[in-house]
Design a protein. Sequence first.
Length: 430
Amino acid sequence: MKTTIKTLCGLLAILAFTACSSNTDEAVNTPQFWHVTLTASMGDETTRALSADGNTITASFAENDEVKVLKSDGTLVGTLTAKTAGASTTLDGAISGNIAVNDVLAFRYRSATANYDGQVGTLAGIATGQDYAEGTLTVTATSPSLTLSSNSVTLSAKQSITKFSFTCGGSPVSVKTFGIAATGLVQSIAADATSTETVGAVTGTLGTASSDVYIALRNKTGEKQTYSFTIQDNASNWYTGTKNAKLTNGKNYTASVTLTKLPALASNSPVGTIGVIGGLPAIVISGNKAVALMNAGALCPEAYGTYYTFENRASGLSNGWEVPSQAELVSLKDTYTNAWTTQNGVNGCTFTIGSNTLFLPAAGLDDGDNNPHDFLFVSTEGYYWSSTNYNDDLAYTLHLDNDPSFIIQPLSWYKVDGLTVRPFHTLPNE
């Protein structure tokens, strides 16, 4: 029987502010209610309204922007609203709950999802989807009014914003899609009351291709590190490149990245050669086969991509790309040395093929028995569909596991669940 696992903030100087409490009897731990007014200012790098002047990125509130108020344990205790637009504003709203003296309250301004993946490469796009700024104040009294350590709060940006310029051979590359991976790069932050961060690759698609791309990056590490780029231009050429940099959250930068264009693959391309076939980057694994460097639906090797049921596993594949058979997956496993590893902060399995490697991230699976679906085993296991049926309910997969005693193996799995796909392609004759 299948076992389902469920896991898973000035324009006006305010000399003082007070609030009316509906209940001041703290002894019985009754939740309280206060009306709060205070001033707020935003840092230079992030808010919903962004503009650039040379190397400076400026920010301002928009009228009616919402600022969430949270306790240190992530509990949402209020929502304040910006009364005016501008670099500073007056915030007004209600705070309620079990709040005590010395509690630290976070005033957070960001989108509901704070998702750094799926960016559009523009300041307007960042302002819409990647905002995340926060400031804190300490509670000094709760009765008869709520008093904080200051009547003004400054919200500081929690990510860096970089204007990347991409070139190849001295000429600009007109970027259409991008993928960026680096150790500690935050892919998303949980919505509303929590600040749980998911580490992974950051990807995006530009509506209009450009050699200058604005990208918001949040890092769990403040150290200098290598950023790996996978770039597709508006003519469907693919490029790779790296950049060593230290990007500090709350700052904005400019950076030039030199790219290498990937060559076309053919039947005489040696095993281990990395190039492009059928419009995607791939690596040659035999005299007539190549494997995509990325999962179906992904824009770089470390991204998980799309989760498919067995019935729709081939949807989105074109240009000669196919879901591999069980035999092809077994051959990949048996032919090339593989090892559980971490690549750019993402767990998965690496296959050594010639002088290069093929990386399959441990994307887990989407449990199709639940709605909304649960994503299980993410970062600890990987399940990759084959095209080979097992029975009415099950089909063969390639299974990855972080258990050091576990050997990568084919495994039958439930067709209704969402699994990842790593496409194979037949090499053309020259």
